[in-house]
Design a protein around this ligand. Sequence first.
Ligand SMILES: [Zn+2]
Length: 314
Amino acid sequence: MALLLYQQVFCWGFYAHQVINHQAVFSLPPSMMAFYKPNIDFLTIHAVDPDKRRYMVDAEGPRHFMDLNRYGSYPFDALPRNWDTAVEKYGEDSLRKHGIVPWWIHIMLARLTNSFRQKDYPRILRLSAELGHYIADAHVPLHTHSNYNGQLTGQNGIHGFWESRIPELLAESSFDYWTGKAVYIVSPSQFIWNTVLESSRAADSVLLFEKILTQQFGADQKYAYDQRNGITIRQYSSAFTIAYNNMLNGMVERRMRQSILAVASLWYTAWVNAGQPVLEAPGKIAFSAVDSTAFEALDRDWQKGKAVDRTCDN
Ligand SMILES: [Zn+2]
C-alpha cells in the first residue's frame, strides 16, 4: 500500500475557488443576478479553469501570484504599480518570474467590461468565472510570498494546509459566507494593489504560527493517516488544523469572505463601467461547439497533466 504525503494540488483548492464564485452571485444586484443565477453552475465549475490551464500554458503560472517580498519591505514602494514603469525598472522576464497577479486582474477586468459592452453572454460568463479565480488568489497570503509552500523554512505543505485543508475541514460547519451587497469600486487598480498588500501583511503570521504549533504538537500529533481511493495518505490532523485556525483567529474564513465580496464587486464594477447594459439573455447560456470543445480539451489535458505534476508551485 502506497504511503503518500497528502498535498493539495491547486491554489485556494478547487473547493474554495468554487465556493467563492458561487457565493459571489448572491451579492449581485437583481438586474445582474437575473443573468448570473441561471448560470451559477457554470461560474462554479469554471472557477478553477485557470489552475487547470497551468499544465498546458507556460504564461499561465505567473498570473496567480506575486512574490512581493522580492521588492524590499512593506509596502514595497520599490515596485512601481504601473506596468510600463515596472518593466523599465525590472524587465518583463523578471516581473513575470515573480508573479503578475495585480496586473493580470486589471487586464481581465477590462476584458469583462468590454464583453458587457458587446453583450457577449458566453464571454461574460467565461471571463467572470476566471476573473473570480484570480481575485481569490490575490487574497491568499502565501500567493504574495516567495516562501509560498514553506519550502525555505522546512514547512513544506503549508500552502495547501492553509487554503485547502482548513476550508475543507471547517467551512461547511462553521464558515459564514454572507458578505452583503456588491459595491462599486472607484479605483480597481488601487483596490487590487491594496488586496495583495493585505495578503502580504498576513504571510508572516501564516508561516510563524504553523512553526509554533508544530513545536507544541510534535510530528505524531501534527499528522494523521487517512484512506483515499485505496491508498493511505498523510494529512494534517484535525486537532492541528483546528488549533491553527484558532491561532489565525479565523483568517481563512475572513479572506474567503473578502474574496466573495471582491469578486461580486468587480463583476458589478465591470458592468457599471460598461454602461449598465440590460442583460436580457434568458436562462442558461448555451456555449458554441468551439467553446465546448475548448472546455473539454482543457479538462482532458489537466487530467493528463495532474498525473505527472503534483505540485502547487504558488
Ligand atoms: Zn490559482
